[in-house]
Design a protein around this ligand. Sequence first.
Ligand SMILES: Cc1cc2nc3c(=O)[nH]c(=O)nc-3n(C[C@H](O)[C@H](O)[C@H](O)COP(=O)(O)O)c2cc1C
Length: 359
Amino acid sequence: MALSIMKMRSSKTLVFYPGTNKVTACNFLTRSVFECSPEVVGLLASWDEWASAAEIARAHGWSKADLNAIVPQLLDFSALVTAGSPLAEQETQFSGQWGWGLPTALMHFCVQDSEFMTIEQAEARQIERAGHVAQPDLLLRNAADAIRLPDALADNELLTLMARRRTNRTAAAPTITLRQLSDCLFAGMGITGETRNCVGALPLGMTPSGGARNPYEAYVVALGVEGLEPGVYHYSAAEHDLGRISANHLPKISELVGGQEWVDAMPCLVLLCARLDRTMWKYEDANAYRVVLIEAGHIGQNMMLAATRHGLSACPTAALSHSEIKRLLGLDRLTDAPVYALTLSTPEPDPHSAGHSIN
Ligand SMILES: Cc1cc2nc3c(=O)[nH]c(=O)nc-3n(C[C@H](O)[C@H](O)[C@H](O)COP(=O)(O)O)c2cc1C
């Protein structure tokens, strides 16, 4: 179809911020960032309904030649969307499904599928920065007259276990046991009760959840779990069982976590994916987005402690390859959000071999 008669409109997922003589625009769904003139912002503002370039030229006094020059670029930047395109469909989903407003959407979608630095690059950046910007204090101490508290670890099994938790990115054995995996999953996700509110039953679990909405589902990429066929599984917290969800291909698990190579030696990866709509359904304010993220920390910590109890290390990572994970797990809704992941392994005993961090 000729460009001049194709129906288009400005994207509904654009945000703008001013700069000197230019406006920077960002389409947060496509993560396209570009600069444009204030006149182009005006053009996009007036092109908010499906219309052809010819119709816009007539209605808003743009010359056809100017529009013909600029429209292909605006389509490239996804500032303009064509009717019936996959992007138009994505925007329809966004306006139908996203309830937490544009600032939260900007944050959420712009941090999907980030590119992560290698360890060498991250170290070079830190060394360079340390050369001209002093690091902020990483611990705040009180004055000498502070009130001394009792020794926390003396005669306290729970705190002693908690104090043993350590991130270790090594695997001394190629497998973990099904019991170990099962306990970690239950510690983080297990359902232990039920309550009711004005609209029905709400599950209660091992970790607190804002409004008992329980937005998380856990998935397991099992490569070396004794008694479990290598594969991808969904953990049903309701039934405390594993359902196989994908039999055809097992990815290199580093590809799910921003290319962190140490992960490929791990027998098992647990992926925590939020179903944002569960929390959004009740809480319309954007603060609920923070609630969902905080909950991942509670779940992860419980899993890490259960792992520690079994002599395992659970290494957490938030460096996720969101699209890869969603593809693998068959999660295709805009409100399905991989948030956190943990590897499980029996660590090398040497405390100096904790492995490398991406950050
Ligand atoms: C939210 C979060 C994200 C993390 N992401 C990564 C990561 O991407 N890669 C990694 O190797 N370690 C990651 N870590 C692990 C930290 O590097 C580790 O916790 C830190 O070095 C302190 O060590 P410890 O866990 O033994 O106390 C992450 C930890 C947290 C809490």
